[in-house]
Write a protein that binds this ligand. Sequence first.
Ligand SMILES: Cc1cc2nc3c(=O)[nH]c(=O)nc-3n(C[C@H](O)[C@H](O)[C@H](O)COP(=O)(O)OP(=O)(O)OC[C@H]3O[C@@H](n4cnc5c(N)ncnc54)[C@H](O)[C@@H]3O)c2cc1C
Length: 381
Amino acid sequence: MIERPFHTPGKAADGGLLSSPKLNTPPDTAVVVGASLAGLMSALALSRLGLHVTVLERSDRKSRTGAALEVSEGLLERLTGRHANAGTTVLPTGAQAWTDVHAGLRSAAEADPNICIRSPVRVAFVDQDERGAWVVAEDGQVVSGDIVVGADGHASVVRRHVAPERPDAKFAGYLIWLGLVNEQLIRSRPWPSQLAILYERDYCLNAYYLPGAGGTFAVGKRRIGWGWYDAGQNDLLRTSGCLVGDVVQRTIRPDRIPASTFEKLAAEARQIWPDPWREAILHCIERREVIGTPVAEYMPERLARGRVCLVGDAAHVPSPMTGKGFAASAQDALALAEALKREMLASGVADALGRYEGKRLKAARDLVLSGQSFSHSFARN
Ligand SMILES: Cc1cc2nc3c(=O)[nH]c(=O)nc-3n(C[C@H](O)[C@H](O)[C@H](O)COP(=O)(O)OP(=O)(O)OC[C@H]3O[C@@H](n4cnc5c(N)ncnc54)[C@H](O)[C@@H]3O)c2cc1C
């Protein structure tokens, strides 16, 4: 389906932007680029204000294997303004697997009549004038709204419009190997606490229990997630094309990880990591159920420009070692909706997005900075 902008973006004969009655009116429509966690949370928060939200997502592939997120109590209710009732979507709280959080947010967004998710649509370009903003997809379709929200992750296309002077997140100098396994497949005694953060040789291991089927935390029925920080794989990232210059291109998947790398990781794991984490890691390595995500970082100077703004990893990329990227994305979504409330819009949409930036920029910079202190001590070139 080809969708045209609600107006024809253009310039007046003197080169100035065309004036329009929409200038200071409240926004009715938003385009969100990216249907991952930050995009879905922003769509839900904007729908709460009565906006019609079109979410554009380039792919259906979701594989943040093993990553764990902390979901605060009542988050979905704060985003939607609705209380959870029987029959409505419930977002599990506490430490959760990335895929479960995504599934919960996705089903809440799909049930919302103000939100339309379109996929696959890969956005190539963003622009705006005084009357509106629009995205152009790779297939040529144009989708416009009163605002555009970039929730398109660390390699954001929307960031090129908002911060063209510094558009790219930079490689932080290390990767994380990630895996996930059902606890019932692991024979070793359980770890005495929910989470372990261990340092050995040049490595760091974060390992944790995640709920099993039906959300249970019963011993033996949980899942074990692990993230192994490794700064010794930068050559592999370059030769596999996952890293070009200092810009991260993609995660390395099991079929691109050489057998010799798996063997070396298995040998290291046997020597240095204690059970049950050792057994969980070896289980994943034997089955080739491991991915390696190069870590990127982005320190923002700005979060908004005119009618276009950034949320989540498009806005700020802290090291995963902070464990706060998801919480920061939720704060972005809530702050964006607060700034766009009707009673706050007397001075126009661009001013509202400027207020959003004022509310979130310092906290986002502080978060990235806190991750950089780990990265600087850990990374290798
Ligand atoms: C390995 C790893 C471990 C992590 N661990 C933690 C943790 O323990 N705790 C924590 O709080 N946070 C963690 N994070 C961070 C956290 O996952 C993110 O901060 C949070 O999920 C917000 O992500 P996002 O939605 O902004 O971006 P993403 O999840 O990257 O989503 C971006 C979306 O935009 C889509 N997209 C991209 N470009 C386009 C385009 N041109 N057109 C259309 N769609 C597009 C993508 O397909 C994707 O769906 C981790 C991150 C990583 C990488």
